[in-house]
Design a protein around this ligand. Sequence first.
Ligand SMILES: Nc1ncnc2c1ncn2[C@@H]1O[C@H](COP(=O)(O)OS(=O)(=O)O)[C@@H](OP(=O)(O)O)[C@H]1O
Length: 127
Amino acid sequence: MQKSGDPTPSCVQAGRAKLRLQKPLSCLFSLDARKSSAADEASQPQTDQRRPAAAHTVRDNTPSPPMSHLKFGNKKLPNAIIVGVKKGGTRAVLEFIRIHPDVRAAGTETHFFDRNYDRGLEWYSNI
Ligand SMILES: Nc1ncnc2c1ncn2[C@@H]1O[C@H](COP(=O)(O)OS(=O)(=O)O)[C@@H](OP(=O)(O)O)[C@H]1O
């Protein structure tokens, strides 16, 4: 796939192909990310007490959605969010990530931050 002398990594070349499901999946996660993920898992307690990163990255000047009466149950706020422009290929990215057996992805695009923000985190965590 990668020609000798071509500096473009083969995973980048594979990502250019429209909706190819074999090579691009390995390109979604860098080797460094996989290493730190494995190290994180080793240091995690038995029960999953990690909190979603998004819950800690809200800017001070951003209005908070309603947070009262939160009952998360088995459903959680997401650990990762796909952000993209219309017709930017976000659906393809979602479908690639969804292939991984440890990933549970929302069935449809949630549009929480642009259309459904007023519904609050309880609604968001129950999708
Ligand atoms: N890898 C790659 N390369 C080139 N084009 C690609 C790729 N992946 C998805 N697509 C095309 O992206 C279009 C869909 O984008 P989105 O999923 O963002 O659509 S949407 O805005 O959410 O409806 C959609 O284009 P259209 O068929 O013209 O609508 C897809 O065919």
